[in-house]
Design a protein around this ligand. Structure first.
Ligand SMILES: [Zn+2]
Length: 288
């Protein structure tokens, strides 16, 4: 059995998109001994989740979370949407890791050098100073070397960083929201969302035909633009876990009603592109 078949089957058994920490050592031996080699070897599996509707360019990334588990990510492009809705593979690995409760990323292997946008996105991580980027044919290099003289959370007085534990005191503004499919996952994601600059805490969830629910938080950036909307994040989680947009049966976005920004309209664009018949349920949240 090839290492790719082995890893793909482990990931499927674990719910898709992840190699649990306990499985990494054995795979590492089969890949030649080093974690860097293994992470590069797994990139073809990560790429399989890509939806490059605009570029046709498949990007794969593999991240090592603080727990030692490995997370797959790929690029997502949405036909008919503004190009700023695009999700890069590096962002997708972070979302995937966030969905599994990771509190940091130690290493990130990518099939192409991270673009400037991703360097900025990754610099928001609570583990940014220690993050190592791994590319084929070049020595492992710290993110901080890829992004000299960086502007980040510290410049705005934020100490925690993306993937640090967040627990915002939010609840449904209308108790009846609890009956909307995915609403509880979207609420949990909003409580865990990272929005230190706007305070616009939000989460989204995708429900699939087989009853699986993928919640994901809004992830904000000090420079605003590489922020990731909760809807994109939830879609990425579902697809990386092996679901297809055709399997989606419910979509919702939960956000704090007092927010200065609104995540619902952007969510609608992306959902219209992938699952046009599906309405986006808006779930108002309020502080308690
Ligand atoms: Zn990028």
């Amino acid at each position: 059995v090839s290492i790719l078949d082995q890893a793909a089957s482990i990931a499927r058994e674990a719910g898709g998109g992840v190699i649990p920490a306990g499985e990494v050592a054995a795979l590492k031996t089969d890949a030649g001994g080093s974690l860097e080699q293994l992470m590069l070897a797994l990139i073809p599996i990560a790429k399989q989740s890509a939806l490059p509707a605009l570029s046709g360019f498949y990007v794969g990334a593999v991240a090592e979370g603080s727990s030692g588990a490995l997370f797959f990510g790929a690029n997502f492009e949405f036909d008919g949407c503004p190009v700023n809705q695009t999700v890069h593979a590096e962002q997708a690995t972070v979302v995937n890791a966030a969905g599994h409760g990771e509190t940091g990323i130690k290493r990130l292997a990518v099939s192409a050098a991270p673009c400037g946008y991703c360097r900025q996105f990754l610099y928001e991580l609570v583990t940014a100073e220690d993050l190592t980027v791994i590319l084929e044919d070049s020595a492992p290099t710290k993110l901080t070397q890829y992004l000299p003289a960086a502007f980040g959370p510290g410049d705005l007085g934020v100490r925690a960083g993306m993937l640090s534990r967040q627990d915002h005191p939010l609840r449904f503004a209308d108790e009846a929201s609890a009956y909307i499919p995915g609403a509880n996952a979207a609420l949990s994601a909003a409580r865990a969302s990272y929005a230190p600059y706007t305070g616009a805490f939000a989460g989204a969830a995708v429900v699939t035909l087989d009853g699986a629910v993928y919640g994901a938080p809004y992830l904000e950036n000090a420079a605003f633009n590489p922020s990731l909307s909760p809807m994109q994040a939830a879609i990425v989680r579902a697809v990386i876990s092996g679901r297809q947009p055709g399997d989606f049966t419910g979509i919702c976005v939960a956000q704090d009603v007092s927010s200065k920004i609104n995540h619902v309209e952007a969510a609608t664009w992306v959902v219209e592109s992938l699952a046009p018949s599906l309405p986006v349920e808006e779930i108002p949240l309020t502080a308690f």
